[in-house]
Structure formats: structure tokens, C-alpha cells
Write a protein that binds this ligand. Structure first.
Ligand SMILES: NC(=O)c1ccc[n+]([C@@H]2O[C@H](COP(=O)([O-])OP(=O)(O)OC[C@H]3O[C@@H](n4cnc5c(N)ncnc54)[C@H](O)[C@@H]3O)[C@@H](O)[C@H]2O)c1
Length: 263
């Protein structure tokens, strides 16, 4: 297990009902945090929070909330502060990847629907901005803390996979992080991004071409010749949110086995 001790801290994780977010909730609780989990999966977020609470002995509670909807976010953050007393760590993990139509006669790029574009933008970029705004305004400005925004290698490298909104939104998350780091430093809040490469078992990772093949096109270009694991993401997360990190700020930590650094 990791050496970082997060006892006594309260973390909020968005999109923690399943996938990588669920792993972050588990690891943060194992390291001593109480965790509030926000997700649109109403039942699953409660079930998973109860499971992790039982496993770790920590207070872990699930809340319904759409990170792109202002009223949901304002209300859920208010309720979390009421229930937990404070917020020390915020992980903006909720994100979606929606491809353009692939049916006969449709072009995934040229026929990409505006509704799909707007949904991705609301979740992936409005979400981290809005949840951070409320967490800071309602509590974190009083005592500081850590914010981690989950971006993607899709925010620094493009594909022609028919998901322009994903690339644009994740690039936006990286610059949002820089902006938040500058704006929030006076309050003692450090903000960083993490960009996963292709992560084994992640829902998005498993949707990618050749996902079941360890040497598929994503891992082929990776110097380590394999996909990443949940634990390898958590390792970077714990470093960023721990008290030991007092000077890494405004950065995008790319966890991709070196995939994006070679030509
Ligand atoms: N898995 C990978 O390989 C990979 C690679 C790069 C980036 N990422 C990023 O990591 C994050 C998690 O990815 P994952 O593969 O675990 O995804 P996932 O689809 O397994 O889980 C996403 C979670 O977010 C929730 N969610 C979706 N929209 C929401 C909204 N509007 N409000 C609140 N919750 C919402 C979902 O219900 C789900 O529980 C995403 O931001 C994704 O872009 C993942």
C-alpha cells in the first residue's frame, strides 16, 4: 500500500460509482479519508459507497448529482458540507466520451450532433469548473486543500476516432487546471490535472479498439508496451493530494507509460 496518510481529511470524488472514480474512492478511504461520492447513477453510487464504507471502516456516502447542472452542484456540495463538515480534497473525475454516428451514410465527424457536443462539454469541462467553484466558495477557501481534475491523453494528442468533443473538452480541462491553480493559490488550494493513457479495466479504456489486446494500437505506441492499471493512476493521485505535495501546482501529470513522449 502507499505511504501517504490522509487520516482526518474529507474527500469528494465525482463519477465515483464505477470505473476509475470508484477506485479513487476506495484508495482515498483506505488511506484514511472520509469520502463523499457524487454520481448520476442514483442507486449504484449509494451501493458502492456503502460497500467501500464497510470495507474500510470510513464514512463513505453516495449522492446523486449531475456535475454539469448548476442547481445539482450547489445543492449537493451544501449537503456534503452539512454531512461531513468540510472538504479538503476534490477529485473531478466524472467524464464521458461520446462518438459520432457510425451508421451507413453518416460521417462520425461531419454528422456529429450538437446535442452530443453540448453533453460532453457540460460533463467534462463545465463539471470540473462548477464543482470546484462551489467547493471553494462554500468551504475550501477557509482552509485550503487539493483539487485534481481528470483530463486525458486525449487532451494532448488527437485521433480520428470521431470524438472531437472529447479531445476539445479534455484539452480544456488542462488549461482550466492552470487557471484554477493561479486563481486559487491565495487560498492555499493546489490544483493539478492527471491525464490517464489507456487504462486496463476502465470503462473508456475497454471501449477502445483492441481493448482486450494488451498490444492493441494504444499500447503498441507505449514504450512500456502495455496498458496502465487502476493502481498506477491511484499512485499519482495520492502523491498529488497528500500533505507531502506542497509545490506541484497547475501541472498535468500524464500517466501513460510514456506513450505521448515519443515520435
Ligand atoms: N479509462 C481510461 O482508460 C481513461 C483514459 C483517459 C481518461 N479517462 C478519464 O477518467 C475518468 C473516468 O473514466 P472511466 O473510464 O472510469 O469512466 P466510466 O464511464 O467507467 O465512469 C465514469 C463515471 O462518471 C459518472 N458520470 C458520468 N456523467 C456524469 C455527470 N454528468 N455527473 C456525475 N457523474 C457522471 C458515470 O455514471 C460513471 O460512474 C473520465 O474523466 C475519463 O475521461 C479514462
Amino acid at each position: 500500500m502507499f505511504g501517504y496518510d490522509l487520516s482526518g481529511k474529507v474527500a469528494v470524488v465525482t463519477g465515483g460509482a464505477k470505473g476509475l472514480g470508484n477506485e479513487y474512492v476506495e484508495v482515498l478511504a483506505l488511506q484514511g479519508c472520509d469520502v463523499a461520492v457524487i454520481d448520476i447513477e442514483k442507486e449504484l453510487v449509494k451501493e458502492e459507497s456503502a460497500r467501500i464504507s464497510k470495507m474500510t471502516g470510513k464514512k463513505v456516502k453516495g449522492y446523486y448529482g449531475d456535475v454539469g447542472e448548476e442547481k445539482d452542484v450547489v445543492d449537493v456540495i451544501k449537503q456534503i458540507i452539512k454531512d461531513f463538515g468540510r472538504i479538503d480534497i476534490l477529485v473531478n473525475n466524472a467524464g464521458i466520451l461520446l462518438y459520432g454516428p457510425k451508421e451507413e451514410g453518416n460521417d462520425p465527424y461531419m454528422d456529429y450532433p450538437v446535442e452530443t457536443w453540448d453533453r460532453v462539454m457540460k460533463t467534462n469541462i463545465t463539471g470540473p469548473w462548477l464543482v470546484t467553484r462551489e467547493a471553494v466558495k462554500q468551504d475550501m477557501n477557509k482552509h485550503g486543500g487539493k483539487v485534481v481534475n481528470i483530463a486525458s491523453v486525449g487532451g494532448i494528442r488527437s485521433t480520428k476516432a470521431g470524438c472531437p468533443s472529447y479531445h476539445a473538452s479534455k484539452a480544456g480541462v488542462i488549461m482550466l487546471t492552470a487557471s484554477q491553480a493561479a486563481e486559487l493559490a491565495p487560498y492555499g488550494i493546489l490544483v493539478n490535472a492527471m491525464s490517464p493513457g489507456s487504462i486496463r479495466n476502465g470503462t473508456m479504456g475497454s471501449r477502445s479498439a483492441n481493448a482486450s489486446n494488451e498490444l492493441g494500437w494504444r499500447s503498441n505506441g507505449c514504450p512500456l508496451k502495455r496498458r496502465g492499471s487502476y493502481g498506477e493512476m491511484s499512485c499519482a493521485l495520492l502523491m498529488l493530494v497528500s500533505d507531502e505535495n506542497s509545490y506541484v501546482n497547475g501541472q498535468n501529470i500524464v500517466v501513460d507509460g510514456g506513450w505521448t513522449i515519443q515520435m
